[in-house]
Design a protein around this ligand. Sequence first.
Ligand code: ADP
Length: 186
Amino acid sequence: MRREHLLANGKRLILLEGDITRVPVDAIANAANSALVGGGGVDGAIHRAGGPAIMAELDRMRAAVAPLAAGQAVATSAGNLPARFVFHAVGPIWHGGGRGEAEALASCYRVCLDLAEQKGLRSISLPSISTGIYAYPIDAAAQIAIGQILDFLDRRAISVAEVWMVLFGASAFTAYEAALKTATAR
Ligand code: ADP
């Protein structure tokens, strides 16, 4: 499944049901953990498909940057992935919503999009951060992600022309499609 939203300024948000390691873009965002040691879910898929070069790079920077706070991200090269960079963002663990989860999740998207802009990239893909092992309720997470992406793309004079939100499975896709519909109906 796929759904595209074209903004008035020509920029595009594409919702795609699929595997983020298979979509060619300039940068792929990863849902990492604060220790930057790799894990399951999308993190595991990215390291498997990207090969050991990505973890080797994280190994070299870990002492300087880890533990990374929720809402922050670091960039590495992308190994064998069809991309130039991976942005490793640390999503918040869901504790019920009273511990700054929404702000940290919004920050993940903002920081990754800003990194793409700082590097002058044209396209970036993002997974549904925190909605797997970290248990963030997906409808609320989708609203935050879509809101941040649309705000970002609305700005003028940015290099990023295409943002791919890559959703794993039909139910995730449906949640993001509903959030996009609500956000663009306003
Ligand atoms: P977190 O710990 O931030 O919750 P997870 O990796 O457990 O991270 O889950 C985040 C989201 O990534 C979930 O919606 C999960 O279904 C999804 N996901 C898992 N594998 C992939 C993949 N290969 N491509 C895109 N999304 C994926």
